[in-house]
Ligand binder design. Structure first.
Ligand code: FAD
Ligand code: NAP
Ligand code: SF4
Length: 680
């Protein structure tokens, strides 16, 4: 029966035949390591997590990576699959997914020199720039043994009930370390010529196909754009793709960039569907289905990519953390109800790199399917939530989902709180989507929304509500620098919300997330690099034709002329931006450096006057002749209402910035709001 979605997304929702298996649509949930793999009850949690995505309608799921042997571990005692005992644990996952009518492949990931342990091996004994362990170069026998381990791992995956495997051959991992002369310096039959360097990849595929039979899905993740100067040429990519097809792959998935390449490929400042043109180039060369990926996060974008023929299938990974029901909502024509991944990495990749379980900033239930449950409550309560920033929005919508009668107040004329400011930062346009999602969610759940209502004791009276939640957020912190009342001093709110005029020479005081964002905002001059693919590729020196080896055209020629002279200062002596996201901080720092923004750590602020900012650095006094000084010196909680209510005998819950302002981000705000609501 035709659905509303069939008209809206005819290509995306069309079935795809892969050998004798029919996928119900063109949506692949891409592989993500979530940290659950290493937990003692991880398989139970993973089963619930994958089952929710299968129930949500995705065509095919790929698990996070499992190593084929110990040397392939990502870190000590990572999960591997090489024994029947290990295969048994995986049955929990495959049975749960199949019970929901889904299909699932297991990714085989040997990290090679990217492993964080002393047993790492690679093609050559060359340490990677992003990991501390120097690998041992495998002997020729060791290579043959590794191939056998891959094949055995695939057979074990079949025994565990998986519908296929994905062999990870890109992103700079083990197989890629053989394919590319960037690492492979061997002179035996596994190194030297391209033919020798791809031999291992092809042997793995050939022997795996022979072992698992014709109906088992065999995906190969092929790097189509290395983003390294010594990466593969396009001609080499094509030769390998054709050989992989001949060797027996069912599908080729697109890999973009080595992990060590200093070019962003998935973070929020990467424009949507930025790399699908790379997959499109390969389409006429092979006949197996091609999957494209990277920063595709809405059904509209995915549909457009397929409609213009860039690929046969779309891989989305993080969008399935943000919303397990993504596909079902698209099918039912409820695309506006999708909770969109904003590409922030804050709760997914940043967690994994800090060895914490992944989740999602916009959906704290992700990877917590068994411990954060939104259930209808037997006692319906009248709940007032004051403040419609991320904390209040999360709290109000989850409380309503649990069946409570919710009224949400905000003094402003729009929902969103500080997200309305954040969304104006170039590269943070995705924050609009979170507000669109919450806005629709409030409608669907019938939350009574009272905008333009500054709440005081006259509005919340004793007995009116069973629960009162205060989510009134924060105020900018005043740093107490002599002269800070000078006319040339503005707060970040004056600049971003008040749109006050800013001069050509600017000092930004405070280098937290907001200081960096203000610099990004002030240094952009109609530059569209955060939403326009061509401008982005130029900004990061990527060859838009992928004709140069590795796709690297070089960044220097494209450096934009800075619009303003900006200096970013902090008191700490550490590197600026050290506290930014683990996987995104380097992008912010690189971006500001290319715009020639000066960075000053260790500054002691003495005075602001007509001359500018007076400060001491390493015992020497300096004057920064700034026309405008912008204060980005942190935030303090806004709790007046909470205290007034308490004084009048009305108890209330504090969440978000109103609770603790220090190191507050939207991840904590949304998580805290959701968890409180689920407990009411
Ligand atoms: P707020 O968002 O401050 O919302 C509080 C709300 O309460 C406001 O809407 C206000 O109008 C309302 N209110 C206050 N008093 C009353 C009253 N008496 N009656 C009615 N309503 C009232 N976080 C991230 O995680 N990642 C980022 O990349 C990021 N970037 C940012 C960039 C910028 C430029 C800024 C300013 C912030 C950024 N943040 C980011 C921080 C994030 O926006 C905040 O952590 C988050 O908004 C805090 O949520 P909250 O709900 O506690 O408070
Ligand atoms: P922040 O990260 O706490 O940074 C505040 C900055 O002000 C620090 O660099 C601090 O550095 C300086 N500072 C603090 N007190 C000062 C004082 N009295 N005088 C002078 N300088 C002072 O806060 P923020 O930048 O305001 O950001 C607020 C929250 O929003 C953050 O917690 C952050 O997580 C979130 N956010 C996140 C992102 C993101 O991309 N993830 C982006 C924006 C905001 P010194 O003490 O060294 O001077
Ligand atoms: Fe997407 Fe951010 Fe959620 Fe990660 S944490 S899935 S990037 S919204």
């Amino acid at each position: 029966m035709a659905t509303a979605g069939d008209k809206l997304y005819p290509n995306l929702l069309k079935p795809l035949k892969v050998g004798n298996i029919t996928l119900k649509n063109r949506v692949l949930m891409g592989s993500m390591h979530t940290g659950m793999e290493e937990e003692s009850d991880g398989f139970e949690n993973m089963a619930a997590y994958f089952a929710a995505r299968a129930r949500g309608g995705v065509g095919l799921i790929v698990t996070g990576g499992f190593a084929p042997n110990r040397a392939g571990w990502a870190m000590p005692f990572s999960e591997k699959l090489s024994t029947k005992k290990e295969a048994k644990k995986h049955q929990q996952i495959t049975e749960a997914v199949h019970a929901e009518g889904g299909l699932i492949c297991m990714q085989i990931l040997h990290t090679g020199r990217y492993g964080y342990h002393p047993f790492v091996v690679s093609s050559s004994a060359i340490k990677s720039p992003i990991t501390p362990f120097k690998p041992r170069a495998l002997s020729s026998r060791g290579v043959l043994k590794s191939i056998k381990d891959y094949v055995h791992c695939a057979s074990m995956a079949k025994e565990a009930g998986y519908d296929g495997v994905e062999v990870m051959g890109s992103e700079g991992y083990f197989i890629h370390q053989f394919i590319s002369e960037h690492v492979n310096k061997r002179s035996d039959e596994w190194g030297g010529s391209f033919e020798n360097r791809i031999r291992m990849a092809l042997e793995i595929v050939r022997q795996t196909r022979a072992a698992v039979g014709p109906d088992f899905i065999l995906i190969f993740r092929l790097s189509m754009l290395d983003l390294l100067e010594k990466g593969s040429t396009w001609e080499e990519v094509v030769v390998l793709a054709k050989a992989l097809e001949e060797a027996g792959v069912s599908i080729i998935n697109t890999g973009i960039g080595w992990h060590e390449a200093r070019i962003p490929t998935i973070a929020t400042m990467v424009p949507r569907a930025c790399f699908t043109w790379v997959t499109a180039k390969l389409r006429s060369e092979v006949s197996v289905p091609l999957i494209t990926s990277n920063r595709i996060n809405t059904p509209e974008v995915a549909e457009a990519v397929l409609a213009r023929g860039d690929a046969d299938m779309i891989s989305m990974a993080r969008p399935f953390l943000a919303d397990p029901e993504f596909v079902n909502k698209a099918v039912e024509g409820r695309g506006d109800e999708i909770n969109t991944c904003i590409g922030c990495n804050q709760a997914c990749l940043d967690h994994v790199f800090s060895r914490k379980r992944s989740s999602c900033l916009v959906n704290p239930q992700a990877c917590h399917e068994l411990d954060l449950i939104y259930q209808k409550k037997s006692q319906v309560k009248r709940v007032a939530v004051v403040g419609a920033g991320p904390a209040g929005l999360a709290c109000a919508t989850v409380a309503a989902e649990c069946g409570h009668q919710v009224t949400l107040f905000d003094a402003a004329d729009e929902i969103g709180g500080q997200f309305n400011i954040a969304k104006q930062i170039p590269g943070k346009e995705e924050f609009f989507e979170t507000l669109r999602y919450f806005s629709r969610r409030l409608e669907v759940l019938n939350v009574a929304l009272k905008l333009g209502k500054r709440v005081d004791l006259g509005i919340i009276k004793a007995g009116d509500f069973d629960e009162v939640v205060i989510a009134t957020g924060v105020l900018p912190r005043e740093p107490d620098i002599p002269g800070q009342e000078h006319a040339k001093v503005l707060t970040y709110l004056d600049v971003l919300r008040g749109k006050k005029e800013v001069g050509g020479r600017v000092a930004v005081i405070g280098a937290g997330g907001i200081g960096f964002d203000v610099c990004e905002f002030l240094s952009h001059d109609g530059d569209e690099s955060s939403v326009d693919v061509k401008a982005f590729l130029a900004k990061w020196g990527i060859d838009p034709e992928n004709e140069v080896r590795g796709g690297v055209a070089g960044i220097t020629a494209n450096t934009p002329k800075p619009k303003r002279e900006i200096t970013l200062l902090q008191r700490k002596t550490t590197r600026l931006g050290a506290g930014l996201g683990k996987t995104t901080g380097w992008i912010h720092r690189t971006s500001l450096k290319t715009k020639k923004i000066a960075m000053v750590p260790g500054a002691q602020y003495n005075q602001i006057d007509d001359e500018g900012l007076h400060y001491t650095l390493d015992g020497e006094d300096h004057v920064l002749p700034a026309d405008t000084i912008v204060l980005c010196t942190g935030q303090v909680s806004l709790r007046d209402l909470h205290m007034e209510l308490e004084k009048n005998g009305i108890s209330s819950h504090l969440i978000g910035g109103a609770d603790v302002a220090a190191e507050l981000d939207a991840k904590r705000a949304i998580n805290q709001g959701s968890r409180l609501a689920a407990s009411l």
